[in-house]
Structure formats: structure tokens, C-alpha cells
Design a protein around this ligand. Sequence first.
Ligand SMILES: N[C@@H](CCC(=O)N[C@@H](CS)C(=O)NCC(=O)O)C(=O)O
Length: 96
Amino acid sequence: MYQLHIANKNYSSWSLRPWVLMKALALPFEESLHPFEPPAAGSLFHGFSPTGKVPVLIDGARTGWDSLAIVEYLAERHAQVWPGDAAARAWARCAA
Ligand SMILES: N[C@@H](CCC(=O)N[C@@H](CS)C(=O)NCC(=O)O)C(=O)O
């Protein structure tokens, strides 16, 4: 099971990106919601995030950060992340 560290989904669209994806595809994950109160947030986030930012995805011994890098990590493990059709995939990547 993945663990996804995020902040408030209203104010952290970066957090929202992998969260929406994983919910939409019903990928198994545990959500860890952290209070988002900048500028103090960053120092708290360093407890689990190499950059002090969210989102962060934990997969066993692996820690991944940056929302698009997380999406690409998931795409290598779950074929349904990006559309199969090349044109649709290109559009989806542009939109992301
Ligand atoms: N490029 C990063 C941006 C991550 C980012 O800036 N996250 C913000 C929340 S939206 C954060 O953690 N800020 C805490 C801080 O800077 O103290 C991504 O796509 O994940």
C-alpha cells in the first residue's frame, strides 16, 4: 500500500494532483494529511519530505516527491495512468 503525504487540498493543488489520480484509479493508498500553515509548514514537512514540500509518495523503502514525478512513478506501475492513445496521452500530458 502506498502512503501519500499531502496538505490541504483546497490550497495545495500540488497535493491534489496525485490524490485525485490515485482516487480516480482506485489505487491503494493511505492518506497522511498535514496542516498547511506557511511559512512554518516547510520545516514540519522536512520530517517526511526530502524537499520540505508536499506531496510525497512513500512506496516501501522508496520516497518520491514532486507531483509530476509521483504521477510518472505511478504510471510505470499502473498502465491506466496515462491514456493508451498517443494523441490523447499527449493532450493529457499538456494538460498536466
Ligand atoms: N513542484 C512541486 C511543488 C510542491 C510545493 O510547492 N508544495 C507546497 C504546497 S502547494 C509546499 O509543500 N510548500 C511548503 C513550503 O514551501 O513551506 C510539486 O509539483 O510537487
